[in-house]
Design a protein. Structure first.
Length: 326
């Protein structure tokens, strides 16, 4: 039988001895096992088999990083920047990234890409390019070249390993299931996977949209291949106390055929290029969903289309309790 502390802890969990499993991982951490501490941090982040405790998770990650766990270092950087378990602290996150970059080529790549951005002390962009208004009512704007091709590639790289067939939420049951209305592959980049580069890009979306980073849902990344599409739909939710007031769509590539974004009410059709961001309001002046924002991702005729979508809420949104359509 393996003496691996993490494997042994999972056997204890399977036997119903969760407290013993936690104690075993903590003891292994005291003995210098960084992997045991990182695994315990994941448990506290995930909220199973122990209750979610972001502050405790941060403590475990810090100890794992001190011992030398590379993946824990990148996760800690993400949590420090986005304010999970403590107030967001861009300066400390950047210091941690520079420290990790000295020995980790992945972190070094992130630091290099960040070095190309004009950012203030909070990780916000120094400026954003002006938009072009495509429609006044509903309000639809296009920010050409908001992201660079290298930044678009970074988003796709972060998302690619977790892409899965897209699902939709049944408005009656709340269940997620495949539906021909939405044929694509997608993923949601949660707080632990938010690289510092990605956090800076989310800040840029916030600045361009005139909102705060805390209003955004986790970034959704979608990949469409030939024949795949997203049939006409509204992004506003039918019943919620925290409405999706706006949608930001970032086109991560171009060179495919088809795949345009079309608004069915006025026929406006947008074929974005890599780095462009389409921003539109989802609600009317009284806060009700605006039926004129019904839109579709037209079928891709050839090639592959990548986009990233950030739904912006009326009030602060908790990414740790993310559930699409909630």
């Amino acid at each position: 039988m393996s003496s691996n502390p993490v494997e042994a802890a999972y056997r204890e969990v399977a036997a119903g001895r969760v407290a013993d499993a936690v104690a075993s991982l903590e003891a292994a951490g005291v003995a210098g096992d960084a992997a045991a501490l990182a695994e315990l941090a994941v448990w506290y982040l995930r909220g199973t088999p122990v209750p979610r405790d972001l502050t405790r998770a941060r403590i475990m990650l810090r100890r794992a990083v001190t011992i030398g766990h590379v993946d824990a270092a990148l996760m800690e950087i993400a949590l420090v920047a986005n304010g999970s378990g403590a107030p967001p602290d861009w300066a400390t996150a950047r210091t941690l990234l520079d420290r990790a970059a000295a020995s980790d080529p992945v972190a070094a790549g992130h630091a290099r890409l960040l070095g190309k951005m004009a950012l203030d002390g909070a990780g916000m962009p120094a400026a954003v390019p002006p938009s072009r208004r495509l429609s006044a009512s509903p309000d639809i704007q296009l920010f050409a070249g908001l992201f660079t091709p290298e930044e678009c590639a970074h988003i796709a790289e972060v998302a690619a390993p977790s892409l899965a067939p897209s699902v939709v939420v049944d408005p009656h049951t709340g269940r997620h299931s495949p539906n021909p209305v939405r044929t694509s592959f997608d993923t949601v980049i949660g707080p632990t996977a938010e690289t510092l580069v990605l956090r800076a890009l989310l800040n840029r979306i916030a600045a361009a949209s005139g909102t705060g980073p805390e209003l955004g849902e986790p970034l959704s990344v979608l990949r469409y291949t030939s024949g795949q599409q997203y049939r006409p739909h509204l992004d506003a939710l039918p019943a919620t106390e925290n409405q999706r007031i706006a949608t930001a769509i970032v086109y991560l590539n171009h060179g495919y055929a088809g795949g345009e974004t079309r608004f069915t009410a006025n026929g406006l059709t947008v074929a974005g290029r890599a780095g462009d961001m389409l921003l539109f309001s989802n609600v009317q002046a009284d806060g009700r969903p605006d039926p004129r924002t019904r839109h579709a991702g037209l079928p891709v005729r050839s090639g592959t289309k990548w986009i990233a979508t950030r739904w912006l809420r009326m009030r602060e949104y908790d990414p740790w309790n993310y559930r699409e359509g909630a």
